[in-house]
Design a protein around this ligand. Sequence first.
Ligand code: FES
Ligand SMILES: [Fe+2]
Length: 405
Amino acid sequence: MTTGSEMLKLLRVRRKQYSLPQPFYTDASFYEQDLKGIFERRWILAGLECEVREPGEYFELTIARSSVIVLRDNDGEVAAFFNTCRHRGSTICPPGHGKVRALACPYHQWTYNLKGQLTYAGGMHGGFDPSTIALKSVQVEVFAGMIFVCLAEDAPDFSSFSATLGPYLAPHDLRSAKLAWSEDLVINANWKLVVENSRECYHCPSRHRELVRTFLLHYDVDASAAYAEHARKSERAGLLAGAEMGDDFQLARIPLADGATSLTMDGKPVCTKLLGTVPNGDIGSMRWFHFPSMFAHVLGDYAFFFRLLPLSVDRTLVTSKWLVNGEAEEGRDYDPKKLAELWSVTNDQDRDLCERNQEGVRSLGFQPGPYSQSRESHVIKFVDWYADAMDDWLRPDTRRAAIAV
Ligand code: FES
Ligand SMILES: [Fe+2]
C-alpha cells in the first residue's frame, strides 16, 4: 500500500473529535504528503508589507522544499518568485532580508530585474535570448498589510478570507505599521501538534500564568457577558464587532481580562502611540487565524503575528513578529524587550508543551484521545480541515490532475 492510500484509509476511518493516528505526527512519508497536500497547495503567510516597504526590499522564506523570494518591485507591487536560478538552479538570494537593485545569481552571475526577467547572462552562445527566460513566479495576495503566497498554480480561494477580515482590520492600518521585533523559535514537534496547541487554551490556566492575567478565556463563567459588553463598546467606538468563520479561517473581536488594556505582562500598553485610527487603546483584541500557517492579535498599541513553517516531521519553525505604529520610536515610545516579553514567555512555554506532546505521541503506548468539545473546539475544526484538505489531495483524481500540470 502506498503512503497516500494508507493516509487516505486512516483519514476515512479516523474517529472524529479525536486526535489523529500516530503516523500523522511521526511518519516521515506522511510528512512528505503534508508538504505536497498542504504547504505546496495552500495560502501561507509569507510576511508583512512593512518588511518590503521600498522598491528592491526583499525577504526569503522556505516553504516545504522551496525557497521563495518576496520583494517590492519598482512599480510598488509586491511580487514573489521561486528562489531558483533558471540557469542551473542555484538559489539566488540568501536567507534573511535585504535590498537590491536586481537579483544576481551568485553562481554564474545571471541577473534578473525585479519583475523576475532575465536581463544579463554573460558568456552564453550566440542566438541565446535572455528575454525568453524569467524566474518562476509564485502567486501573491496582499491585503491589510499581510503578504500571503501560494506555491500551487491552481491556488484555492482567498477572497472569502480577505473580504471577511479586511473590514475588521481597516481601522488598525497595519500597512502603515512597522516591524518592531521578531523572533524565530524551532520547536521539536510535528507542525500539526504546534497548530493544535495554538488553537486551544485548555492548557492556559496551568501553563500560561502570565498570559491568563490579561487573556480572557472564552469559556469562563462571566465571559459571555464580557463578550456582549465588548461588542457594544466596539460598535460605539466605530469598530466592527463579532466573530466569523470560514473553511480555513476564523476571526473575532474579543475582550481582555478585567482591567487589562493590552496583552502584556501587566495589562498596560507597551507602546505610547496607538496603531491606526482606533479611538483609544482600550479596544480588546482583534484576533484571527488562517490554516495552516498563522494566527494574530491586534491590540490598541501593537499587533502580534505567529507564523509556522514545517522543517521536518518533528521540527517546526515558529516566527513571531511584533508591529507598532510606524511613527513610534524605539526607546521613546516602546521598549522592544517589554513589547515582546509576554508572547516570548508564552511561546517558550508552548515549545515545551509541544515537545512533550511529540515525545509522548511517538510512544508504543500512544492512542488517539478525545478532544474537549468545549475547550478544544478550534482544534477539532483544524483537524477536520486538515483531514478534508488531505482527502482532497490524496483522492486519485486530484493527484492525477496535479501530475498532469
Ligand atoms: S546557476 Fe545561476 S547563474 Fe548559473
Ligand atoms: Fe499555549
